[in-house]
Structure formats: structure tokens, C-alpha cells
Design a protein around this ligand. Sequence first.
Ligand code: IPE
Ligand code: IPE
Ligand code: MG
Length: 235
Amino acid sequence: MGDSPGTGTVIDTSRARHVAIIMDGNGRWAKKRALPRAVGHQRGVEAVRRLVRGLEGTGLECLTLYAFSSENWKRSEDEVDDLMNLMRKFIRSDLAEFIANDVKLKIIGDWRGLAPDIVAMLEDALAQTAKGSRTLAVALNYGAQNEIARAAAQAAQQGEITTETITAHLDTRDLPPLDLLIRTSGEIRLSNFLLWQAAYAEMLFVDTLWPDFKPEDLVQALDDFARRERRYGGR
Ligand code: IPE
Ligand code: IPE
Ligand code: MG
């Protein structure tokens, strides 16, 4: 328990409301098994499915997943196609389950720049899950620097550029503050993910490759988070 910054009201800061994950390591998971990278991505989708199924039990209000970065277009055309096709398949197969499980889908990033059929599928999925109470935010064609630049441009158009007006125009403006940022696969970098939102987020870097990440690993991460002392610059 502790004081949240600036509000003066005591809230349970040991409980995370919003966790974000950089789902990394699909390619290395496949390589270790001499399988095509596409199989690693398929198994990565299964890891997502398991996590979303267990979301209710975590008490989280929001889980944000980095699925495709604005830099991932640099990969081979084949790999990009595989990733886009997996996205199509996942929405088709799992949308009904999202609705049944009270999951509200949200997309962050420049997702309207994806293929028109994917944009249409996502728009439909957003509309159909709008009443859900737990948010699954998926970062698609997402780059944090671009997000911040877009937010600053909008803030400027409406008046003053301040930290508050930029925050109010970020793609995450309607999500709870980011509590914990996890990256799998042992890489220790942010790769242009949630740079603004991570200002005071706790970070956790784990060696597990994404396809091996289990709901229990998220529970363990939340346990770890609960034992951290957040200071926000104060004492
Ligand atoms: C993460 O796995 C999935 C995406 C970036 C889409 P990678 O494909 O980056 O896997 P590694 O880093 O090559 O192991
Ligand atoms: C970050 O992983 C992007 C996603 C997980 C979607 P990358 O594998 O693209 O990041 P780098 O290239 O290792 O920094
Ligand atoms: Mg990677």
C-alpha cells in the first residue's frame, strides 16, 4: 500500500492495473527446434491465446501486447505475410471467445495503414467487443516515437503542447497508467514501445522465449511487481 503520485488518496499500488508485454523470441524458439520462423509465430499466437484466457484471474484491467512494430516491415516479405495472415486467422478464430470472456479489444499504433481487409476486420472486432470490461490492447504497426509525434501535433493543433496534452492524445489515452513492462527472450531494450508511458513503469526482462510464456509466468511477474517499491522521484 502507498500513496499514488499527486492524488493524495491511498490506493493499493501493489496491484498492477496495466501490464504491457514485448512478445519477443518467436524466431529463436523456432530456430532452436530447426523449424521455420512461421511456426514460432504460430506458437506465439497460442501463447497469446492462453494469456487472454487467463486474463480474468489476474485482476488486470488492461494487457497491452506488442504484436507488430512499425520497424517490423523491414523483415522479408514472406515473414510479414505470415504475420499478417496469422493476424487474420486469430481474429477470425478468437473473436467469439473475446466477446464471451468480456474482453474489450483495443488497437494502438498506425493500424489503419494495414491491409484494408485487416482494417475492416479490426473495426468489426472493436465494435463487437466494445462492451467488454477487461482490455486487451494490441500494438499493430506501432512505433512509440510516431505515436508521440502524432499526439504532439494534435495537442499543438488544439492549443498548448504540455505533458498533459500530449498524454491526452496518445493512443493509450483511455487506458490505465502503465504499471509493468515485460520483455521476453532476454533482449534488454524497448524497441520503440510505449516510450512515453514507460516513464515510471516497472520493467521486467525475462529469458523465456515468447512461445514458452505461460499464464503462470504472468502471475509470477505480477507477484514480483507487488514487491517493488515505486517512488516516482519522491521519498
Ligand atoms: C517476436 O518474435 C514477434 C515479432 C516481432 C512479430 P521475433 O520474430 O522477433 O523473434 P526473434 O527475436 O527473431 O527470436
Ligand atoms: C519488438 O521485437 C517488436 C515486437 C515484439 C512486435 P523485435 O524483435 O522487432 O525487436 P528488435 O529488432 O530485436 O529490437
Ligand atoms: Mg525479435
